[in-house]
Design a protein around this ligand. Structure first.
Ligand SMILES: Cc1cc2nc3c(=O)[nH]c(=O)nc-3n(C[C@H](O)[C@H](O)[C@H](O)COP(=O)(O)OP(=O)(O)OC[C@H]3O[C@@H](n4cnc5c(N)ncnc54)[C@H](O)[C@@H]3O)c2cc1C
Length: 441
């Protein structure tokens, strides 16, 4: 009897639970959620499904994942397939989290040259949306991909390693086959020294181009109402690991920024006076310090556990000042009081995928955020988006955007992507509402 009740509850849960992304703004009720754990199971689910979408860790805010059909959750595909220390290559299944990949490569004295800030995401999801870190010498994380093994619409395993195929498939938005495994190029392990301080915005923004050119990695959190910037510059070093506050860093991340940030602000921050007071205090929560640590620890230093909404545009780097002004103008126009600092990073993109928003130029990746508990963020984001578009901006595929980005990519890029799509998925099994608005019907 207990088994019957258990099985029945499981079925109800499986039928009703549906899928939702990390931020909770995207929810759907797929016909079935498949969780393949082997290559054979993955091929089987693709072969037997009429329509499907793929999910990684669900850390995208955009409408890329949701479907009413079959949803393939790749998080059980986490195996290391091969590692070649001499050639500095690693091949892993696509559902592996970035943080697990970091540990594996470190065990072999190797590292990834660049990484996004977040390490909870899957490697398949990270490349599919051109996720990135900061540094003009680097593009998106997907540029580190040298080969992909994908399951095509018929359930066959296809290896993609030619330049044209990779250029299309690196940033595939979940439409160019289901990625089974990824081969990354690696570099010898290295440490980064990171110098963090709060400075006046004038000091941070004047000569921004020079600062970005002079430092290997730069990022900035802009406390708009306080006219201050939390500025971080970091570079490779042969110096050994030296962490200034080993106990304080995690406490600050979890207690101050996550707990106070998420729960405190969501409950009391709606009162304008308190919000203003908190904004005043916030820059002082970021101490001046210099830390030397393993590269991945520095890349993921601010993982961001708070539940937020995010919109990020990649604008040509020479339009950075105009993008900052656009944020000020939109805040004034919508009277939205910022509850999180906009975040600026600087990336190259000469060799990236056809559909990478970084492609072909150096960009300032400028991101606006709001705690999920606050009202008015959508009006602010919607007001700001056309201003970023007017500057030649392209949206991050995994974050919020409202305009259709199709026209922001040239015909040759679409032609190469459509060519590979016709080969891998001629019957458009891997489409959803959003991708149908992007691709030729
Ligand atoms: C707190 C937080 C911090 C973030 N920090 C950064 C950052 O520093 N830099 C940055 O650029 N972005 C950042 N992002 C955005 C995030 O990196 C992207 O949205 C990324 O795509 C999420 O990966 P995921 O594994 O969650 O994939 P999902 O969001 O589940 O899926 C994203 C896309 O990948 C496709 N996909 C996933 N797996 C496969 C597969 N095996 N085969 C084919 N397609 C697949 C999906 O279909 C979908 O189109 C952040 C997001 C959050 C929530």
């Amino acid at each position: 009897m207990r088994c019957v009740v258990f099985a029945w509850s499981w079925l109800v849960l499986a039928g009703c639970a549906g899928w939702s992304n990390w931020a909770g703004n995207e929810r759907c009720q797929p016909k079935r959620i498949a969780r393949p754990a082997t290559l054979a199971e993955l091929r089987d689910v693709v072969r037997t499904s009429a329509h499907l979408r793929v999910a990684g860790a669900g850390h995208s805010w955009s409408k890329l994942v949701c479907t009413d059909e079959v949803l393939v959750d790749t998080r059980s595909l986490t195996r290391l397939l091969s590692v070649d220390e001499g050639a500095r290559r690693i091949r892993v299944e696509a559902g592996m989290r970035l943080k697990d990949l970091d540990q594996l490569v470190a065990q072999h004295g190797l590292a990834l040259a660049t990484e996004p800030t977040i390490s909870e995401i899957t490697v398949g999801g990270a490349i599919a949306t051109a996720s990135h870190g900061t540094g003009l010498a680097h593009g998106a994380f997907s540029e580190e991909v040298v080969a992909l093994d994908v399951i095509d619409g018929a359930g066959q395993l296809v290896t993609l390693d030619s330049p044209d195929d990779l250029r299309a498939a690196r940033v595939g938005l979940g439409t160019l086959g289901v990625i089974y495994s990824i081969t990354f190029r690696l570099v010898p392990a290295f440490n980064l020294e990171i110098y963090e301080r709060v400075v006046d915005e004038k000091q941070a923004f004047e000569g921004i181009e020079q600062r970005v050119a002079d430092n290997q990695h730069v990022d900035m959190f802009w406390f708009v109402t306080e006219h201050k910037v939390f500025l971080r510059t970091y570079h490779r070093t042969d110096a050994p690991i030296h962490v200034t506050h080993p106990a304080r860093d995690p406490i600050e991340e979890w207690v101050v920024r996550t707990w106070i940030g998420q729960f405190g602000l969501a409950t009391v921050g709606k009162i304008p006076g308190i919000k203003k007071l908190l904004n005043k205090v916030e820059p002082s929560l970021f101490p001046d310090q210099t830390t030397t640590d393993r590269s991945d620890h520095v890349f993921h230093r601010f993982p961001g556990h708070q539940k937020v909404y995010s919109m990020e545009y990649l604008v040509p780097i020479e339009r950075t000042h105009d993008a900052l002004q656009a944020i000020k103008d939109s805040l004034a126009a919508t009277k939205f009081y910022p509850n999180m600092p906009p975040y600026l990073r600087f990336v190259g993109g000469a060799g990236d995928g056809d559909l990478s928003p970084l492609r072909g130029r150096s960009s300032c990746a400028i991101e606006v955020l709001s705690y999920t508990g606050f009202k008015g963020w959508e009006q602010f984001f919607r007001d700001l988006e056309p201003r970023f578009l007017a500057l030649g901006g392209r949206p991050h595929w995994g974050k919020l955007f409202f305009a259709n980005p199709r026209a922001l990519y040239d015909a040759a890029a679409w032609a190469n992507v459509e060519r590979l799509r016709a080969r891998l998925d001629p019957h458009h099994k891997l489409a959803n509402e959003l991708t149908r608005t992007l691709f030729t019907p």
